[in-house]
Design a protein around this ligand. Structure first.
Ligand SMILES: [Zn+2]
Length: 193
């Protein structure tokens, strides 16, 4: 994939996250892998609705070095870790989506019973990574571990990370995770009633 094409895609995806409410409270971040060594990721501390493709940052996955004067998302280490450990994954989305965030705050693993959701999410359990402060080595390692065997993980008191073979697949994972977490919450309410 061309760098420019990736920048256009990642920029549009950032706006799409906002539109779909997947980053309702605070900003998330999106990246696309371009080749074995590089990715393009959304920048740090920008309003998504003001982003242009030129604001997207080209980063080396192994050295974390980036091109230009715009800083990459502060959660780039997590993205790089996923690309290093999951060779078939070419897109990572970190969201603060509502239902997944509620379940993440409770630090609960989510059992997936629906067959179609299992296929999309890549397993029968979506793990909640233990709590760790943002931008720390611990959060990178713990989250990457929780997503080793599936396409999504919850980040305790924080949000979710959703991955896919391409950007569209990662979005489908994020939407499906939201449905799965909504029904998980509903089933617990019924169990408690
Ligand atoms: Zn976050």
């Amino acid at each position: 994939m061309e760098v420019q094409e990736a920048k256009n895609m990642v920029c549009a995806a950032g706006k799409q996250l906002l539109k779909e409410g997947l980053v309702a409270r605070t900003w998330g971040n999106v990246s696309v892998r371009i080749d074995e060594d590089h990715m393009v990721i959304t920048p740090s501390g920008r309003m998504y609705n003001e982003l242009t493709p030129a604001d997207m940052v080209y980063v080396n996955i192994h050295t974390l070095k980036f091109e230009g004067s715009i800083k990459p998302s502060s959660e780039l280490k997590l993205h790089c870790q996923v690309y290093k450990t999951r060779p078939h994954i070419n897109s990572v989305i970190h969201t603060h989506q509502m239902y997944a965030s509620i379940v993440a705050a409770a630090q609960k693993d989510v059992e997936i019973t629906d067959k179609e959701q299992q296929r999309i999410l890549g397993g029968t359990v979506i793990k909640a990574a233990p709590y760790a402060l943002p931008n720390t080595k611990k959060i990178t390692v713990e989250t990457a571990k929780s997503i080793e065997a599936s396409n999504a993980a919850l980040m305790s008191n924080h949000g979710a990370v959703c991955i896919g073979t391409d950007l569209e697949a990662a979005f489908t994972v994020a939407r499906t995770l939201e449905l799965a977490c909504a029904s998980f919450i509903e089933s617990r309410k019924q169990a408690a009633a």
